[in-house]
Design a protein around this ligand. Structure first.
Ligand SMILES: [Zn+2]
Length: 184
């Protein structure tokens, strides 16, 4: 139901060798109820499914890992990416009340802003959320499928905006779109 965005999310190039995928936290505080609209590509239509939408109950979006903030500028305003050690980048789209500055170093869990419906580079949003995206440092889309984030293992479905989230602590499986409680 939620996002659909753009080929514009490609983020600027930076060359770097890519280290093994890092241990990420979910981009919000653990221990709360969250709705996810599922795993999809940045434009919600074609390409690598490198994004997943989250609507945490507290509406507060946080850095998934320490790194350097880059505010990406579009005609409609700014959105947030973070470059991490080892040549990885995460993106946080649709945020309102962006609470970080360009070039700022943040630790994991730092508040970036609030979930929202902002469309700085276009796209659509039908409910406040963060469109959370994975890239390599060179801007290549990195699949969400097969990744473990915040103690949950994510598997993409065949269709856009589907998939599963498996809680590794007890193997409980949540079908996406759906709600889960994001405790570690
Ligand atoms: Zn999305």
């Amino acid at each position: 139901m939620l996002t659909a965005v753009l080929g514009l999310l490609g983020a600027p190039a930076a060359t770097a060798d890519v280290a093994p995928f890092p241990t990420l936290a979910l981009p919000f505080k653990a221990g709360q109820q969250v709705y996810s609209a599922g795993i999809h590509s940045d434009d919600g239509g074609t390409g690598v499914k490198n994004a997943i939408d989250f609507s945490p109950a507290d509406r507060t979006v946080r850095a998934a890992l320490a790194g350097t903030v880059h505010l990406q500028h579009c005609a409609g305003g700014d959105w947030v990416t973070i470059d991490h050690a080892g040549g990885w980048r995460t993106g946080y789209y649709h945020l309102e009340g962006i609470d970080v500055t360009d070039g700022e170093h943040v630790e994991a869990g730092a508040v970036l802003g609030s979930t929202g419906n902002a469309l700085p580079c276009g796209g659509s949003s039908t409910g406040a959320h963060v469109h959370f995206t994975l890239w390599t440092g060179s801007g290549a889309a990195e699949p969400v499928d097969g990744k473990t984030i915040g103690g949950w293992h994510f598997t993409a479905g065949t269709e856009q905006y589907t998939g599963t989230a498996t809680h590794l602590a007890d193997n409980a499986v949540t079908q996406l779109p759906g709600h889960f409680r994001a405790k570690l």
